[in-house]
Write a protein that binds this ligand. Structure first.
Ligand code: PEP
Ligand code: MG
Length: 327
């Protein structure tokens, strides 16, 4: 515990640099945000942009759909905080843990498997179109590099649908979240029409292990170190490399420093997290080369469960580190 506390203190006081591995490979470190008011703190902590802006957080208490004006104001405020920087905005992700009554008010026995995310937006397409209108207007008024993505995409057809609608509004970079195993397994096809993928490890873990992320009695299943989750991430990483398209991570997994190294080894090209996690992840990435990260990632894939995957990563990280210090 003392060692960990010392490491955190030293990471927190280290200079803020852009995210990179020991060999100089760039790994942009981005922020997960739910409110434009949090942008200044993220910038102060060294966020190189935003990897996930959860738009639904702005409207959780609303009974009615937000107006275009309301949304334009919020998105403009967000984009203004990141001139010249990448800002990935997620369109409304209604359902299960994020109820938005104006998108889906029906009682569902299994809301995580119900009309949520892009499915709900598609059922109320006018709300999706108004959101894209507001985003296009905010983009035109600011200098950030706006990327827009859809949540809870489970088919190639949904990807084609979303990217086509987004492009109607002039969105230059339109992508999808990979949060469902079907999308991870078909990532090569998904990335044929999407400009990028962003892996939501929170939901990807929930759906891979079939354990409701809100249910305490099955909380032990919600561990992104599980090799089944990591193998799915490898599929997306490979597809991104083959197609030359970015693959970000925006679930909580990116905030675990050693797991962040594994994710890069599996092919992630950027990491997005709660801003308070940036310093730890930045410091740990600097201890490993891309070759190391791949070796450490491979060690986890052979494991049978989350605990052994984590132990295998720790052992492989110690081995690669020792080899380098001897050289
Ligand atoms: C995720 O599922 O990993 C994710 C980033 O989205 P959210 O946590 O908002 O569902
Ligand atoms: Mg999610």
């Amino acid at each position: 515990a003392q060692h960990r506390a010392d490491a955190r203190a030293s990471a927190a006081s280290a200079p803020i640099t852009d995210g990179a591995l020991a060999d100089g490979t760039a790994v942009p470190l981005l922020a997960n945000l739910g409110n434009p008011a949090a942008a200044a703190e993220a910038v102060a902590l060294g966020a190189e942009g935003v990897g996930l802006f959860r738009t639904e957080f702005l409207f959780l208490s609303s009974a009615q759909a937000p107006t275009v004006e309301q949304q334009r104001e919020a998105y403009t405020q967000l984009l203004q905080a990141f001139p010249g920087k990448k800002v990935v905005v997620r369109v409304l992700d209604a359902g299960a843990d994020k109820p938005l009554p104006f998108l889906n008010d029906a009682h569902e026995e299994n809301p995580a498997l119900g009309l949520r995310g892009l499915r709900a937006l598609r059922a109320s397409e006018d709300i999706l179109r108004e959101q894209l209108t507001a985003l296009a207007e905010a983009d035109a008024a600011t200098d950030a590099d706006l990327w827009v993505m859809a949540p809870m995409v489970s088919t190639v057809e949904e990807t084609e649908y979303f990217t086509a609608v987004a492009r109607e509004y002039g969105v230059k970079t339109a992508g999808v979240m990979v949060e469902v195993p079907s999308s991870a397994l078909l990532a090569d096809h998904i990335l044929a029409s999407a400009d990028f993928a962003s892996i939501g490890t929170n939901d990807l873990t929930q759906y891979t292990l079939a354990a409701d992320r809100l249910l305490g009695s099955v909380a032990s299943f919600q561990d992104p170190w599980h090799p089944a989750v990591l193998r799915l991430i490898r599929e997306v990483g490979r597809a991104g490399a083959d197609r030359g398209k970015p693959v970000g991570i925006c679930g909580e997994a990116a905030a675990d420093p050693l797991l962040a190294v594994v994710l890069v080894g599996l092919g992630a090209t950027s990491l997005s997290m709660a801003p308070t996690a940036l310093a730890d992840v930045r410091a740990t990435l600097l201890e490993h080369t891309l070759d190391d990260a791949r070796v450490i990632a491979d060690a986890t894939l052979a494991a049978t469960d989350a605990a052994t995957a984590r132990a295998a990563a720790l052992a492989a990280a110690a081995r690669t580190h020792q080899k380098e210090t001897q050289q």
